[in-house]
Design a binder for this molecule. Structure first.
Ligand code: IFM
Length: 455
């Protein structure tokens, strides 16, 4: 069977600033919460983003790589610490110049820039004041958004406000694996709300600066849970509807308040906030990797046990082991979940969709071929991508307006708490030499884009 995609479908790849740029002390960039977190023993092997893929210096050849791949669009994030590098100070011209070069470099190669404004690297000076627990953070991030939008303007195809606010709230305040890693379940909820507020203010800031030209979006990693009905329902409320409903419908569901009444009173939601949050967007980005299997447990107990087995934030939903096969992250491979999620979100929220991330961490091995060239034969990743593209195409056949698909990731990079131990790229990065080697999946994706079909 061959799945075909329309001419205007956006095939792309995605990355994020802290995961690829390196150059953390250059051109005025200030420290972020991820510099602090990674330098204080919270990542595997003590890995940090200090050098990462050195994209800051190698961006031109990396953009050439994207052109070789033939993508229609490239999704990358702007680092707030490069732009608002001094608390309360003027925007840093060197930071703005850097991202302007990226945008112009993409356009010169015929590639549409898709900008994520916040992909987790909050300036440490905001982290010191509570980060997303502090309502003021939403306003500071919106100010930064205006600065970026003013400079990059309508050269950007899509401005995405936040990447995966689920991670910046539940995993960062409820759990311990993402910065700042507080591990205080109920603190997730004020973070959820302040991220929602930031989204709404950021949308308004973009529109005020650039008008109606560029598209507006937000990227969510909705949790697709299977298992016991109560736990599935509760997961949906806490992980999904806590973002979807205020952003797209202008309210928090009463059921969410009821489901969390023992954890917090939601008094951090102020009059008028929901009107600020509920802003029109053009597309909704979904990051999809796997599904989960959930059940209710006897807890809550705080501090929570290790997050790998318990939903961070409420402590009474357990994650059970899923059926394999699994990726190197231990995540199950479930392409039907992508199809079902796309259908459900379209049915309920009626907003065009984009898969802003999908991909697989594999045990990649760099081999030297008899002719001396280097290669990575990542057949598992190709199989994973093929099956997920087919699932997406099926959803499109059923009427879901899916506008694009971004493979995570253009290249291997800093996988947060897992450091450099997990390789998601379709390009292999030798971290010693920074040499890039396109993997077999890169060549496969090249053919998919060229033919606009997955066989
Ligand atoms: O690397 C991350 C990315 O930053 C956000 N989405 C999931 C990816 C894989 O874990």
């Amino acid at each position: 069977m061959t799945a075909t995609f329309p001419e205007d479908f956006l095939f792309g790849t995605a990355t994020a600033s802290y995961q690829i740029e390196g150059a953390v002390n250059e051109d005025g960039r200030c420290p972020s919460i991820w510099d602090t977190f990674s330098h204080t023993g919270h990542t595997l092997n003590g890995d940090t983003g200090d050098v990462a893929c050195d994209f800051y210096h190698r961006w031109e050849s990396d953009l050439d790589l994207l052109a070789d791949l033939g993508v229609d669009a490239y999704r990358f994030s702007v680092a707030m610490p490069r732009i608002m590098s001094v608390e309360g100070g003027e925007p840093n011209p060197a930071g703005l110049d850097f991202y302007e070069r990226i945008v112009d470099g993409l356009l010169a190669r015929g590639i549409k820039p898709i900008v994520t404004l916040y992909h987790w690297d909050l300036p440490q000076y905001l982290g010191d004041k509570g980060g997303w627990l502090n309502r003021d953070t939403a306003y500071r991030v919106a100010e930064y958004t205006a600065v970026v939008a003013r400079r990059l303007g309508d050269r950007v195809h899509t401005y995405t406000t936040l990447n995966e606010p689920w991670c910046s709230s539940y995993l960062s305040f409820g759990g311990t694996e993402q910065a700042p890693g507080l591990g205080e379940g109920p603190l997730s909820f004020p973070a959820v709300h302040h991220l929602n507020l930031a989204h709404g203010l950021m949308c308004q800031a973009v529109r005020a600066e650039v008008g109606e030209g560029p598209e507006l979006s937000v990227t969510l990693n909705l949790q697709f849970a299977r298992g016991d009905a109560d736990a599935v329902h509760r997961t949906d409320l806490i992980a999904n509807r806590a973002f979807l409903d205020p952003m797209l419908r202008g309210y928090y569901p009463d059921e969410l308040f009821a489901a969390t009444r023992d954890l917090c009173d939601w008094s951090f939601v102020k009059d008028g906030d929901l009107e600020q949050i509920h802003q029109p967007i053009d597309v909704l980005g979904l990051n999809y990797y796997s599904t989960s299997l959930v059940t209710m447990s006897e807890r809550p107990q705080f501090p929570q046990p290790v997050c790998a087995t318990t939903f961070p934030g409420c402590g009474d939903i357990d994650w059970l082991p899923t059926e394999g096969p699994h990726t190197e992250m231990g995540w199950n491979i479930d392409p039907d979940g992508l199809h079902d999620l796309l259908v459900r979100v379209w049915d309920e929220y009626r907003v065009p969709l984009v898969v802003t991330e999908n991909g697989m961490a594999c045990k990649d091995e760099l081999v030297v071929e008899p002719d001396g060239t280097k290669a990575v034969h990542d057949a598992d990743r190709i199989d994973y991508l093929r099956r997920h593209f087919e699932a997406a195409a099926r959803a499109m056949d059923e009427g879901v307006p899916l506008r694009g698909y971004f493979v995570w990731s253009l290249m291997d990079n800093f996988e947060w708490a897992f450091g450099y131990s997990k390789r998601f790229g379709i390009t292999y990065v030798d971290y010693e030499t920074q040499e890039r080697t396109p993997k077999d999946s890169f060549n496969w994706y090249h053919d998919v884009i060229r033919s606009r079909s997955v066989a």
